[in-house]
Write a protein that binds this ligand. Sequence first.
Ligand SMILES: NC(=O)c1ccc[n+]([C@@H]2O[C@H](COP(=O)([O-])OP(=O)(O)OC[C@H]3O[C@@H](n4cnc5c(N)ncnc54)[C@H](OP(=O)(O)O)[C@@H]3O)[C@@H](O)[C@H]2O)c1
Length: 257
Amino acid sequence: MMKITAPDLHCGMGRLQKSLIPFLGLVLAFCFYSARENFKPEMLKGKRVIVTGASTGIGEQMAYHLARMGSHILVTARTEAKLQKVVERCLKLGAASAQLVSGSMEDMAFAEHVVKEAENLMGGLDMLILNHIGKSYFSYFDGDVGHVQKLLQINFLSYVAMTVSALPMLKESGGSIVVVSSMAESAMKAAADVVLMSPAPKEECALEIIKGGALRQREVYYKYASTKIPLLIRDWAAEFLDYLVRKRYNVENLKKN
Ligand SMILES: NC(=O)c1ccc[n+]([C@@H]2O[C@H](COP(=O)([O-])OP(=O)(O)OC[C@H]3O[C@@H](n4cnc5c(N)ncnc54)[C@H](OP(=O)(O)O)[C@@H]3O)[C@@H](O)[C@H]2O)c1
């Protein structure tokens, strides 16, 4: 007959715990991810959406996706003629309604005015997509603090001003705020001869942003590997990331700018 001693029992329990805890973790992770809602275009049907920076680029493409899904859309940027064309195309694609407000996000009163217009024109708001970005030169910093201040107003303060103005309407509708940001890729356009990478397709990127907003995802990385991995490396080995980034820059061309 085999005799089971207290240390044997303790050891068995320890092994069980070691395998049980990861197993339970996997079960919980599976439940969490499988319970997630899937995206359906109908989620945006009839929703009232503001898209900033919608005269071109990713913002323009988001407006077209929303139009195909049957949303009410309010687009904004500085160039009214381009916005007019976006509105016309949105209506052709099936938008429930499409309207524009033109002006510069350098002016906080304009940022607030756009939100007010959403209330006047659409009767409320379900999604605020903050996407506009002020242009910057791509070279070594020349000490122009005024330029930085202007960029902060366009790329940061106007986002805050619009969010604060939109909150009452978003609370009422149970809506969402989508903030589009970039790791470095927008700089690539200003520096095609300096950065040795090509940008990802804007139509697909626009759709991923809308899906993330509709599903209320905390963060969406596009393209996942090329954005998420460098961010992880930044946290664990910032100098190695600097080295990788420098390898992708043609620094000789940068000096000429
Ligand atoms: N392109 C990329 O590869 C990439 C990658 C990752 C993330 N992103 C992010 O995606 C967003 C859109 O990028 P994008 O490449 O589509 O930009 P984009 O093509 O340069 O378009 C920028 C938009 O912002 C508007 N805008 C610029 N200055 C403004 C101002 N002072 N006031 C109001 N509107 C202004 C522009 O219209 P007007 O000139 O008519 O005002 C335009 O509609 C940005 O937040 C960017 O950081 C882009």
